[in-house]
Design a binder for this molecule. Sequence first.
Ligand code: FAD
Ligand code: FES
Ligand code: FES
Length: 496
Amino acid sequence: MTQATNTVRFVLDGRIVDAEGERRTTTVLDYLREQLHRTGTKEGCADGDCGACVVLVGELNGDGTAVNYVPVNSCLQLLPTLDGKSVKTVESLKRPDGSLHPVQDAMVACHGSQCGFCTPGIVMSLTGLVQTVPEPDRSAIQEALSGNLCRCTGYRPIIDAALKACEAPATLLKIDDAADLPLLREIRRPSEPTYTLDGDIVVQPVVRTRKGNVFVSPATVAEVADYLLKHPQSTLLAGSTEFGLAVNKQFRRPEYIVYLGNVAELRQVQDKGTFWRIGAQVSLTAVEALVADAWPDFAELLRRFGSPPVRSVATLAGNIANGSPIGDTMPCLMALGASLRLRRGDKTRSVMLESFYTGQKKNVLQAGEFIEAIDLPRPKTGEVFRAHKISKRFEQDISATCCALRYQLKEGKFTEVRLAFNGLAPSPCRAPKIEAVISGRAPEAVTAAEVDQAIAASFTARDGLRATWAYRSLVARNLVLRFVEESVESAPEVAS
Ligand SMILES: Cc1cc2nc3c(=O)[nH]c(=O)nc-3n(C[C@H](O)[C@H](O)[C@H](O)COP(=O)(O)OP(=O)(O)OC[C@H]3O[C@@H](n4cnc5c(N)ncnc54)[C@H](O)[C@@H]3O)c2cc1C
Ligand code: FES
Ligand code: FES
């Protein structure tokens, strides 16, 4: 049963916090600092880039016997999303006897901190890592820290500290949350919808303001669909890594916010035989694990998407719906032939991702319709997938251009070619004219001049803030040629 409540209830270090009277768009960071005086958590940028605000958010596992933690940028997360969960800040790590967590001890011993502004975020990212990987290697540590900026210490002592911390026994590295478990069970959010006596679904708000604006957190897809029919002007909230920015930087305050994070059906990946149905609320971290073996280039691209605290909550659906011309997952999904399962009320339809956009940040979604899932064809024998993102920095940066190509080589010639880009057009898109240059040809027959011509015929030259057209078109051509050239060695032949 969905409770009627205007109080956000979450667990903090062995007690339930009832957060009352807060705005729906108060961030977790602001609440921690201003109301709970947990000032260890810092605000550096308020846009998910610096990592000074990283905290761990915990949720009960399926059978309610343990807590799963993910690192998040608390500056981007809205307080009502914490309802039914727990949060750990740097202050949570100190034990009752006053001793520190091994990560904190090691940061002191290895001189991993100077001004200290970044330190709590770094400590929380590393503590989050050792909850799931007790003996991380150097590269896992570097990746865990890729969303934490330190401007004065330098990363070597910090990485040394991480390695040293991992020498501690696993029992000391684990967060002691025994006291949180019963409380999390007590405040667990409902998993069933509420119905009126007439059998209509009622979605109760987590927060309702005096003006009547609401934040709802449905438990089922049926509730989401019903609510959106009644309130088609609602803003959907998934990982909040786009919407949190809009709240902080553009002061967006929509009347209706519908949080999808508690809809169990949307958090599942279903194996449908020929394709995976990836629910709209599946995190990019989970997608990365799903595709790692089949398409390593896709997994690497996801490793370069934002940072671990971004990916632990951000979703494919949010990336797709936001529709940035430089959104990173769309070229990969288009090249792999993904389609979207869209839902309005109890009706669903399937739309190929390449047909979803109608212009810059415009799409075919009707009022009250939403993305329920992404249907991703499973890997096929003989299929080769390549993708690469060009950005100024390797990690935590947005694309100048990203190119993805899927093909098979049959009797030495390209077949089943699907090529897609971001950064070249008002929305990510396929490139049929360039596909035609490659299709049916042997790799060595494809020339740079032909690809250049096809690029010029496919796109309108336009300079952007992040790169000129001259740069983008050259990079696009070089990526295509690189994939074509490398295909000679890498593509497994398919018997015709
Ligand atoms: C620090 C930082 C780094 C980033 N790096 C990258 C990057 O490298 N590459 C990149 O492409 N992007 C990047 N982003 C952008 C962002 O993380 C992605 O677009 C992400 O996938 C958005 O997903 P979300 O779940 O957080 O969406 P949200 O912020 O929750 O929502 C985004 C939009 O999608 C809508 N929406 C969400 N779910 C649905 C649904 N099921 N149906 C219909 N509409 C829906 C929301 O209403 C909203 O308009 C970055 C952002 C930050 C803050
Ligand atoms: S304050 Fe910089 S990432 Fe949140
Ligand atoms: S110690 Fe000063 S920013 Fe990292």
